[in-house]
Design a protein around this ligand. Structure first.
Ligand code: CDP
Length: 224
């Protein structure tokens, strides 16, 4: 495959999306956030009142439609033409996303959307998720697996949502993150796992700029 793909996978709150976006900006590539698509499908399902089932949910996603649409150089999540960038980060969506993303037909639909979006971007894409380097783009030129200690991931998630990172909130968020990681790592289809060739980057003690720099360096090396 000649398409340039950089795959960034990792557990909840490891900084995949923010890192992927910054790397894409630095290298003038597009950023695709696969989690945003799973979250948008979850939001559509929750708001629809339809029965929980893979055919129903995929049918809903197609008909509304749910999609990542390229607007001013950025892919933004939409449900029936409405920008849902903020709503997909709500707790009610976060709490149910793992359940929806465990459905094989939902995964197939998301993977198809991601591959199509990537193909429409000839300069290349930075994609973040759980199974990008293992399943969606196993031929990706660069594969990174981002990790960080649980408490640090919880703190970052709270700050990202504009909430206080006091001890009680951190421990509650650690529990929620652990639970989501457990579901994402133990599901039957495309569980969260490190691709064999992936470079592991533990970001617990890295500043954001340094984290981005490390990934940019890996990409430059791969494409030089
Ligand atoms: O940003 P955060 O780590 O909270 O999660 P996300 O990337 O927005 O993904 C939300 C949920 O979608 C995850 O908990 C997974 O259940 C699912 N997901 C997935 O199964 N496969 C992907 N490639 C990306 C997300």
């Amino acid at each position: 495959m000649s398409l340039r793909v950089i795959a960034i996978d990792g557990p909840a709150g490891s900084g995949k999306s923010t890192t992927a976006r910054a790397v894409a900006e630095r290298l003038d590539l597009a950023h695709l956030d696969s989690g945003a698509l799973y979250r948008a499908v979850t939001l559509a399902y929750l708001d629809s009142g339809i029965q929980f089932g893979e055919q129903q949910i995929v049918g809903l996603a197609r008909s509304l439609p749910v999609r990542l649409r390229l607007v001013a150089g950025r892919f933004r999540p939409e449900v029936a033409g409405v920008d849902v960038s903020s709503e997909i980060r709500s707790d009610r969506v976060t709490a149910r996303a793992s359940e929806v993303s465990a459905l094989p037909q939902v995964r197939q639909w998301v993977n198809h959307e991601l591959r199509q979006a990537a193909e429409n971007h000839p300069r290349g894409v930075v994609i973040d998720g759980r199974d990008i380097g293992t399943v969606v783009f196993p031929d990706a030129a660069v594969k990174v697996f981002l990790t960080a200690e649980n408490e640090e991931r919880a703190r970052r998630r709270l700050l990202q949502l504009g909430r206080s990172a006091d001890a009680a909130s951190v421990s509650q968020t650690v529990r929620a993150i652990d639970e989501r990681d457990r579901k994402d790592s133990t599901r039957a289809v495309a569980p969260l796992t490190r691709a064999e060739q992936a470079v592991v980057l533990d970001t617990t003690d890295l500043g954001f700029a340094e984290q981005v720099e490390r990934v940019v360096a890996l990409v430059r090396k791969a494409f030089s």
